[in-house]
Design a protein around this ligand. Sequence first.
Ligand code: AMP
Length: 288
Amino acid sequence: MIEIKTAKDMQCVTKTYRKEGKTIGFVPTMGFLHEGHMALAEKARKENDIVVMSIFVNPLQFGPGEDFESYPRDIERDRKLAEGGGVDVLFTPAPEDMYQQESTVIVNVKKRTDVLCGRSRVGHFDGVATVLTKLFNLTSPTRVYFGMKDAQQVAVVDGLINDFFMDIKLVPVDTVREEDGLAKSSRNVYLSKSEREEAAALYQSLQHGARLIADGERNPDVIMEEVRGMLNKTSGVIDYAEIYSYPDLKSREMLSGKIIIAVAVKFSKARLIDNIIIDIPDDRKEDL
Ligand code: AMP
Protein backbone atom coordinates (compact mmCIF):
# COMPACT_ATOMS: atom_id res chain seq x y z
CA MET A 1 0.00 0.00 0.00
CA ILE A 2 1.18 3.50 -0.73
CA GLU A 3 0.02 6.59 1.12
CA ILE A 4 -0.57 9.83 -0.73
CA LYS A 5 -0.98 13.08 1.13
CA THR A 6 -1.57 15.75 -1.51
CA ALA A 7 -4.25 16.31 -4.12
CA LYS A 8 -1.65 16.88 -6.83
CA ASP A 9 0.11 13.55 -6.17
CA MET A 10 -3.22 11.74 -6.03
CA GLN A 11 -4.20 13.05 -9.45
CA CYS A 12 -0.80 12.07 -10.86
CA VAL A 13 -1.04 8.48 -9.62
CA THR A 14 -4.62 8.15 -10.86
CA LYS A 15 -3.58 9.29 -14.33
CA THR A 16 -0.95 6.55 -14.48
CA TYR A 17 -3.45 3.85 -13.48
CA ARG A 18 -5.94 5.10 -16.03
CA LYS A 19 -3.29 5.14 -18.78
CA GLU A 20 -2.51 1.51 -17.94
CA GLY A 21 -6.22 0.73 -18.44
CA LYS A 22 -6.77 -0.20 -14.79
CA THR A 23 -10.15 0.01 -13.09
CA ILE A 24 -10.26 1.99 -9.85
CA GLY A 25 -12.57 1.30 -6.91
CA PHE A 26 -12.84 4.27 -4.55
CA VAL A 27 -13.90 4.16 -0.89
CA PRO A 28 -14.28 7.61 0.70
CA THR A 29 -14.18 7.62 4.52
CA MET A 30 -13.54 9.89 7.47
CA GLY A 31 -11.32 7.25 9.07
CA PHE A 32 -11.37 5.61 12.50
CA LEU A 33 -11.98 2.51 10.44
CA HIS A 34 -14.23 -0.37 11.49
CA GLU A 35 -15.75 -3.44 9.84
CA GLY A 36 -18.31 -1.27 8.02
CA HIS A 37 -15.58 0.60 6.15
CA MET A 38 -13.69 -2.64 5.59
CA ALA A 39 -16.75 -4.24 3.96
CA LEU A 40 -16.68 -1.44 1.39
CA ALA A 41 -12.95 -2.00 0.78
CA GLU A 42 -13.49 -5.75 0.48
CA LYS A 43 -16.14 -5.31 -2.19
CA ALA A 44 -13.97 -2.77 -4.01
CA ARG A 45 -11.06 -5.25 -3.85
CA LYS A 46 -13.14 -7.93 -5.56
CA GLU A 47 -14.40 -5.68 -8.34
CA ASN A 48 -11.42 -3.49 -9.34
CA ASP A 49 -7.71 -3.60 -10.24
CA ILE A 50 -6.87 -0.77 -7.85
CA VAL A 51 -8.52 0.16 -4.53
CA VAL A 52 -8.18 3.75 -3.36
CA MET A 53 -9.43 4.70 0.10
CA SER A 54 -9.51 8.28 1.33
CA ILE A 55 -9.43 9.32 4.96
CA PHE A 56 -10.54 12.91 5.29
CA VAL A 57 -12.61 14.50 8.02
CA ASN A 58 -14.25 17.10 5.83
CA PRO A 59 -14.75 20.40 7.69
CA LEU A 60 -17.31 21.58 5.11
CA GLN A 61 -19.86 18.92 6.07
CA PHE A 62 -19.86 19.77 9.80
CA GLY A 63 -22.08 22.57 11.09
CA PRO A 64 -21.29 24.94 13.97
CA GLY A 65 -21.49 23.07 17.28
CA GLU A 66 -21.11 19.66 15.61
CA ASP A 67 -18.31 17.21 16.36
CA PHE A 68 -15.65 18.15 13.77
CA GLU A 69 -12.99 18.80 16.41
CA SER A 70 -13.80 15.80 18.55
CA TYR A 71 -14.45 13.36 15.66
CA PRO A 72 -12.37 10.26 16.54
CA ARG A 73 -9.07 9.97 14.68
CA ASP A 74 -6.35 7.29 14.74
CA ILE A 75 -4.35 7.34 11.52
CA GLU A 76 -1.74 4.80 12.69
CA ARG A 77 -4.39 2.19 13.33
CA ASP A 78 -6.23 3.12 10.12
CA ARG A 79 -3.06 2.59 8.04
CA LYS A 80 -2.73 -0.98 9.34
CA LEU A 81 -6.39 -1.79 8.81
CA ALA A 82 -6.41 -0.33 5.29
CA GLU A 83 -3.30 -2.27 4.32
CA GLY A 84 -4.74 -5.49 5.77
CA GLY A 85 -8.00 -4.82 3.92
CA GLY A 86 -6.35 -4.81 0.51
CA VAL A 87 -6.24 -1.05 -0.07
CA ASP A 88 -3.59 -0.11 -2.67
CA VAL A 89 -3.62 3.65 -2.20
CA LEU A 90 -4.49 5.44 1.03
CA PHE A 91 -5.24 9.10 0.37
CA THR A 92 -4.89 11.27 3.48
CA PRO A 93 -4.99 14.93 2.45
CA ALA A 94 -4.93 17.86 4.87
CA PRO A 95 -7.89 20.29 4.90
CA GLU A 96 -5.58 23.08 3.63
CA ASP A 97 -4.79 20.95 0.60
CA MET A 98 -8.40 20.05 -0.23
CA TYR A 99 -9.52 23.66 0.28
CA GLN A 100 -6.53 25.62 -0.99
CA GLN A 101 -8.29 28.93 -1.33
CA GLU A 102 -11.71 30.27 -0.49
CA SER A 103 -14.12 28.21 -2.58
CA THR A 104 -15.33 29.61 -5.88
CA VAL A 105 -17.95 26.87 -6.26
CA ILE A 106 -19.86 24.89 -3.65
CA VAL A 107 -22.18 22.12 -4.80
CA ASN A 108 -25.71 22.84 -3.62
CA VAL A 109 -27.93 19.76 -3.31
CA LYS A 110 -31.50 20.70 -4.25
CA LYS A 111 -33.44 17.50 -3.63
CA ARG A 112 -33.52 14.63 -1.13
CA THR A 113 -32.11 16.90 1.61
CA ASP A 114 -35.18 18.62 3.09
CA VAL A 115 -35.72 15.66 5.44
CA LEU A 116 -33.76 13.43 7.86
CA CYS A 117 -30.06 14.39 8.28
CA GLY A 118 -30.40 17.10 5.62
CA ARG A 119 -33.00 18.87 7.76
CA SER A 120 -31.16 18.34 11.08
CA ARG A 121 -27.76 19.21 9.66
CA VAL A 122 -28.29 22.21 7.39
CA GLY A 123 -25.60 22.43 4.70
CA HIS A 124 -24.25 18.96 5.54
CA PHE A 125 -25.00 17.44 2.14
CA ASP A 126 -23.65 20.48 0.27
CA GLY A 127 -20.37 19.80 2.10
CA VAL A 128 -20.57 16.09 1.25
CA ALA A 129 -21.36 16.69 -2.44
CA THR A 130 -18.61 19.32 -2.73
CA VAL A 131 -15.88 17.17 -1.21
CA LEU A 132 -17.00 14.13 -3.21
CA THR A 133 -16.84 16.11 -6.45
CA LYS A 134 -13.27 17.02 -5.55
CA LEU A 135 -12.38 13.46 -4.50
CA PHE A 136 -13.97 11.94 -7.60
CA ASN A 137 -11.95 14.31 -9.80
CA LEU A 138 -8.75 13.36 -7.97
CA THR A 139 -9.28 9.59 -7.97
CA SER A 140 -11.12 9.16 -11.28
CA PRO A 141 -12.95 6.07 -10.01
CA THR A 142 -14.60 3.38 -12.12
CA ARG A 143 -16.77 2.46 -9.13
CA VAL A 144 -17.45 4.18 -5.80
CA TYR A 145 -18.52 2.35 -2.64
CA PHE A 146 -20.95 3.80 -0.09
CA GLY A 147 -22.60 2.22 2.95
CA MET A 148 -26.37 1.99 3.20
CA LYS A 149 -26.06 3.02 6.84
CA ASP A 150 -25.98 6.51 5.33
CA ALA A 151 -28.87 5.85 2.96
CA GLN A 152 -29.64 9.54 2.45
CA GLN A 153 -26.00 10.06 1.43
CA VAL A 154 -26.37 7.24 -1.12
CA ALA A 155 -29.49 8.97 -2.51
CA VAL A 156 -27.59 12.29 -2.76
CA VAL A 157 -24.53 10.69 -4.41
CA ASP A 158 -26.84 8.95 -6.87
CA GLY A 159 -28.24 12.40 -7.77
CA LEU A 160 -24.75 13.94 -8.00
CA ILE A 161 -23.43 11.25 -10.34
CA ASN A 162 -26.52 11.32 -12.57
CA ASP A 163 -27.01 15.09 -12.73
CA PHE A 164 -23.36 15.80 -13.55
CA PHE A 165 -23.02 12.89 -16.03
CA MET A 166 -20.16 11.41 -14.03
CA ASP A 167 -18.94 8.20 -15.61
CA ILE A 168 -18.93 6.38 -12.27
CA LYS A 169 -20.86 3.38 -11.01
CA LEU A 170 -22.29 3.81 -7.51
CA VAL A 171 -22.13 0.59 -5.48
CA PRO A 172 -24.19 0.62 -2.26
CA VAL A 173 -23.06 -1.82 0.46
CA ASP A 174 -25.29 -3.28 3.21
CA THR A 175 -24.90 -2.00 6.76
CA VAL A 176 -22.50 -4.01 8.92
CA ARG A 177 -23.82 -4.48 12.46
CA GLU A 178 -22.69 -5.53 15.93
CA GLU A 179 -24.13 -8.77 17.29
CA ASP A 180 -27.05 -6.98 18.94
CA GLY A 181 -27.89 -5.18 15.69
CA LEU A 182 -26.30 -1.78 16.41
CA ALA A 183 -24.86 -0.39 13.16
CA LYS A 184 -21.09 -0.13 13.37
CA SER A 185 -20.03 3.50 13.53
CA SER A 186 -16.90 5.46 14.40
CA ARG A 187 -19.07 7.44 16.84
CA ASN A 188 -20.06 4.35 18.88
CA VAL A 189 -16.90 4.83 20.98
CA TYR A 190 -18.56 7.87 22.51
CA LEU A 191 -21.42 5.87 24.04
CA SER A 192 -21.32 5.17 27.75
CA LYS A 193 -21.72 1.54 28.82
CA SER A 194 -25.43 1.92 29.53
CA GLU A 195 -26.02 3.94 26.34
CA ARG A 196 -24.24 1.24 24.34
CA GLU A 197 -26.74 -1.30 25.68
CA GLU A 198 -29.70 0.96 24.97
CA ALA A 199 -28.46 1.74 21.46
CA ALA A 200 -29.57 -1.68 20.23
CA ALA A 201 -33.07 -0.18 20.35
CA LEU A 202 -32.43 1.71 17.11
CA TYR A 203 -32.26 -1.41 14.98
CA GLN A 204 -34.89 -3.19 17.07
CA SER A 205 -37.31 -0.34 16.39
CA LEU A 206 -36.58 -0.54 12.66
CA GLN A 207 -37.13 -4.28 12.65
CA HIS A 208 -40.38 -3.79 14.51
CA GLY A 209 -41.50 -1.30 11.84
CA ALA A 210 -40.55 -3.79 9.14
CA ARG A 211 -42.58 -6.50 10.88
CA LEU A 212 -45.66 -4.27 11.01
CA ILE A 213 -45.33 -3.69 7.28
CA ALA A 214 -44.86 -7.41 6.65
CA ASP A 215 -48.09 -7.98 8.62
CA GLY A 216 -49.92 -5.64 6.26
CA GLU A 217 -49.79 -2.22 7.99
CA ARG A 218 -49.57 0.56 5.39
CA ASN A 219 -50.32 3.64 7.49
CA PRO A 220 -47.01 5.45 8.15
CA ASP A 221 -48.34 7.21 11.27
CA VAL A 222 -49.27 3.94 12.95
CA ILE A 223 -45.86 2.44 12.20
CA MET A 224 -43.87 5.48 13.29
CA GLU A 225 -45.77 5.87 16.54
CA GLU A 226 -44.63 2.37 17.51
CA VAL A 227 -41.06 2.99 16.33
CA ARG A 228 -40.89 6.24 18.33
CA GLY A 229 -42.39 4.48 21.34
CA MET A 230 -39.50 2.02 21.36
CA LEU A 231 -36.88 4.75 20.94
CA ASN A 232 -38.43 6.83 23.70
CA LYS A 233 -37.63 4.06 26.16
CA THR A 234 -33.90 4.86 25.79
CA SER A 235 -32.18 7.76 27.55
CA GLY A 236 -31.45 9.28 24.13
CA VAL A 237 -33.43 12.06 22.48
CA ILE A 238 -35.04 11.34 19.13
CA ASP A 239 -33.69 13.69 16.45
CA TYR A 240 -35.96 12.11 13.84
CA ALA A 241 -37.87 8.90 13.23
CA GLU A 242 -39.48 9.01 9.83
CA ILE A 243 -40.66 6.98 6.91
CA TYR A 244 -40.35 7.99 3.25
CA SER A 245 -40.21 6.60 -0.25
CA TYR A 246 -36.65 5.70 -1.29
CA PRO A 247 -34.52 7.10 -2.91
CA ASP A 248 -36.60 10.23 -3.56
CA LEU A 249 -37.45 10.66 0.17
CA LYS A 250 -41.07 11.81 -0.18
CA SER A 251 -43.84 11.39 2.39
CA ARG A 252 -46.59 8.91 1.51
CA GLU A 253 -50.11 8.75 2.95
CA MET A 254 -50.18 5.01 2.33
CA LEU A 255 -46.98 3.06 1.96
CA SER A 256 -46.11 1.32 -1.29
CA GLY A 257 -43.01 0.49 -3.35
CA LYS A 258 -39.53 0.99 -1.94
CA ILE A 259 -39.57 2.79 1.41
CA ILE A 260 -37.08 3.73 4.12
CA ILE A 261 -37.62 3.91 7.86
CA ALA A 262 -34.84 6.13 9.22
CA VAL A 263 -34.02 7.11 12.78
CA ALA A 264 -31.51 9.37 14.52
CA VAL A 265 -31.08 9.46 18.28
CA LYS A 266 -28.88 11.82 20.28
CA PHE A 267 -27.12 10.26 23.23
CA SER A 268 -24.96 12.34 25.58
CA LYS A 269 -21.87 12.43 23.33
CA ALA A 270 -22.93 10.73 20.11
CA ARG A 271 -25.75 11.10 17.64
CA LEU A 272 -26.51 7.71 16.07
CA ILE A 273 -28.38 7.04 12.83
CA ASP A 274 -29.79 3.89 11.30
CA ASN A 275 -32.33 2.85 8.69
CA ILE A 276 -34.00 -0.06 7.02
CA ILE A 277 -35.19 -0.22 3.42
CA ILE A 278 -38.21 -2.31 2.56
CA ASP A 279 -39.65 -3.22 -0.82
CA ILE A 280 -43.41 -3.34 -0.34
CA PRO A 281 -45.07 -5.62 -2.87
CA ASP A 282 -47.86 -4.08 -4.91
CA ASP A 283 -50.91 -5.12 -2.82
CA ARG A 284 -53.32 -4.57 -5.72
CA LYS A 285 -51.45 -6.99 -7.96
CA GLU A 286 -51.56 -9.62 -5.23
CA ASP A 287 -55.34 -9.29 -5.06
CA LEU A 288 -55.76 -10.14 -8.74
P1 AMP B 1 -17.68 7.60 7.39
O1 AMP B 1 -16.24 7.36 7.67
O2 AMP B 1 -18.56 7.48 8.57
O3 AMP B 1 -17.91 8.84 6.57
O4 AMP B 1 -18.13 6.40 6.44
C1 AMP B 1 -17.47 6.14 5.23
C2 AMP B 1 -18.27 5.15 4.45
O5 AMP B 1 -18.44 3.95 5.20
C3 AMP B 1 -19.69 5.66 4.13
O6 AMP B 1 -20.04 5.25 2.82
C4 AMP B 1 -20.52 4.96 5.16
O7 AMP B 1 -21.86 4.78 4.76
C5 AMP B 1 -19.81 3.63 5.27
N1 AMP B 1 -20.15 2.99 6.54
C6 AMP B 1 -20.05 3.52 7.78
N2 AMP B 1 -20.52 2.65 8.70
C7 AMP B 1 -20.93 1.56 8.02
C8 AMP B 1 -21.51 0.31 8.40
N3 AMP B 1 -21.78 0.02 9.67
N4 AMP B 1 -21.80 -0.58 7.43
C9 AMP B 1 -21.53 -0.30 6.13
N5 AMP B 1 -20.98 0.86 5.71
C10 AMP B 1 -20.68 1.77 6.64
